[in-house]
Write a protein that binds this ligand. Structure first.
Ligand code: TXE
Length: 481
């Protein structure tokens, strides 16, 4: 079986300890490769390499850095099918999704930031006729980039691309549950022309490698996407050395549908938004609120459509619902479904770990797409992030009522609003406490917009100029005229 090695100082290397962890294929429940079990020694070597590489990379002309990242994008694109298959095997996601969403977006991330850096501007402020201020934005140094398992290469590249584009060096830490495509990326770095030490990738358990990174004195920037509890741990550890932090955490996103909306479009998007990637996307709309007049018929049509979703072997081309990431996660999702029943919810469809989808997937981690109604808005199932194929639907009557429902959670990542009433759309968009509000759409992404969450969904924003600013240090220079 393949060994997923660290990438340190331009070389693929074994972990210092010599030990590897099983890497499980979620669709089968069986180990299919090994991933390096990294520790402090590996982190120290990677950080030392990044520190050595920084002085040269940080003054490499932007155009040259841009060319290197464009080449990397091209090399991934040349192997798109290999990357898509690897992502599907590693995560259990349908191969069609990996082929059309995950890998194309990773390529786009590199192209976007490779070209954005050529247009990056900094500010100047003329103080009457007395002084001129101008702001330099220089790379900060060594960044640590910690990414999760749900959209592995997509989110890893979302951090690597801007960090390197502006001239930082970096240590990437992919999730131990889905490390394969980051490993494949490391195999392309030399051919793309990334100098040794500029990008290092340390694999292994979050609880071991994570603190070694977030407490490291030579790392001054941390960008993290993952669970809220992990984000809190990172903030605690990074605080004492004043590292600059961007935390993109969980969500419990409301999808608010008024009776005057284009209900066909709302229905189609609500299904995608609840069940994309088996509900394992931080932006998934896991709480649907439907205005009373449209509620009953919406629920009936929604359930009928959800029943048609094809759950199957992630490698089958027509599969729409694959496996969840791990046995533990599958069990956690099933516990929430039990809790929904205990709290008086009606399971309209799904609710179980299905019978084997085929012989190969007999022991895989599957859960049927599940729709729950009749739950109180303030129950745990409606307030906590399940991160699985479970959606609740609740009726509402007034704008005030639905705004209070939408905001009745510790999270504040995104929301969707469906209405043909323009002023109502603007009014409610302003009142829902989320970093992103989609009106009459979901997941319509423009990579230039600020992306991130309020409340427990995170700190800071990624995307476009926000990312370029995050990964640089502003210095104001004031010249008296
Ligand atoms: O994520 P973790 P988990 C949510 C979702 C899920 C829950 C837990 O609700 O059920 O989080 O998922 C690394 N210091 N999201 O436990 O642990 C880890 O190795 C530093 C939302 O799998 O947050 C991995 O690389 N790093 C989400 C990364 O953090 C640590 C996506 C994310 O793993 C660490 C995924 C530590 N102490 C889960 N512990 C989103 N926002 O999209 C772990 N890691």
């Amino acid at each position: 079986m393949q060994h997923i090695k660290h990438f340190i100082d331009g070389e693929l290397v074994d972990p210092a300890s010599g030990s590897y962890l099983d890497n499980i294929e979620p669709a089968t429940g069986a180990a299919y490769s090994f991933v390096a079990d990294g520790d402090t020694e590996d982190v120290d070597r990677a950080v030392a390499a990044a520190v050595r590489a920084f002085p040269t990379w940080s003054v490499t002309p932007a155009e040259e850095r841009s060319q290197i990242l464009l080449k990397l994008a091209q090399l991934i694109e040349n192997r798109l099918e290999d990357f898509a298959r690897a992502e599907s095997v590693d995560t259990g996601k349908p191969i069609a999704a990996a082929r059309t969403i995950d890998i194309p977006r990773a390529i786009k991330n590199f192209r976007f930031f490779a070209t954005a850096i050529l247009h990056f501007q900094s500010e100047s402020h003329a103080t009457d006729h007395v002084a001129l201020n101008y702001t330099l934005r220089r790379p900060r140094g060594v960044a640590c980039l910690i990414s999760p398992w749900n959209l592995p290469l997509y989110l890893f590249s979302w951090k690597v691309a801007p960090a390197l584009a502006v001239g930082n060096t970096a240590i990437g830490k992919p999730s131990e549950l889905a490390p394969m495509t980051a490993f494949m990326l490391s195999e392309l770095c030399e051919e793309a022309g990334i100098p040794p030490g500029v990008l290092n990738i340390v694999h292994g358990l979050g609880r071991k490698v994570g603190p070694a990174l977030t407490e490291h004195p030579d790392i001054n920037t941390v960008s993290f996407t993952g669970g809220t509890a992990t984000g809190a741990d990172i903030a605690r550890r990074a605080g004492p050395t004043f590292k600059k932090l961007a935390l993109e955490l969980g969500g419990k996103n409301p999808n608010v549908i008024f009776a005057d909306a284009d209900l066909d479009a709302a229905l189609e998007a609500a299904i995608r938004s609840a069940f994309s990637n088996q509900g394992q996307v931080c932006l998934c709309g896991s709480r649907i609120f439907v205005e009373g007049a449209a509620y009953e018929s919406f629920v009936d049509r929604f359930v009928a459509e959800v029943r048609k979703l094809r759950l199957g072997d992630p490698l089958a081309p027509d599969t729409q619902q694959g496996a969840l990431i791990s046995r533990e996660h599958r069990d956690k999702v099933l516990r929430y479904i039990e809790l929904a029943s205990d709290d008086g919810g009606t399971i309209r469809c799904g609710g179980r770990a299905p019978n084997p989808v085929n012989d190969r997937c007999r022991d895989g981690f599957f859960v049927e797409p599940t729709v729950v109604t009749d739950l109180p808005v303030d129950c745990r199932v409606n307030r906590e992030e399940i991160f699985g194929p479970v959606v609740t639907i609740t009726p509402f009557e007034t704008e005030d009522e639905v705004v209070s429902y939408a905001n009745d959670t510790d999270y504040g990542l995104s929301a969707s609003l469906w209405t043909e009433n323009l002023s109502r759309a603007h009014r409610i968009a302003d009142r829902i406490a989320c970093g992103t509000i989609w009106v009459n759409c979901w997941m319509l992404r423009d990579l230039r917009v600020p992306f991130g969450g309020m409340k427990h969904s995170g700190v800071g924003r990624e995307g476009g100029e926000e990312a370029l600013r995050f990964f640089t240090e502003p210095k104001n220079i004031c010249v008296k005229l």
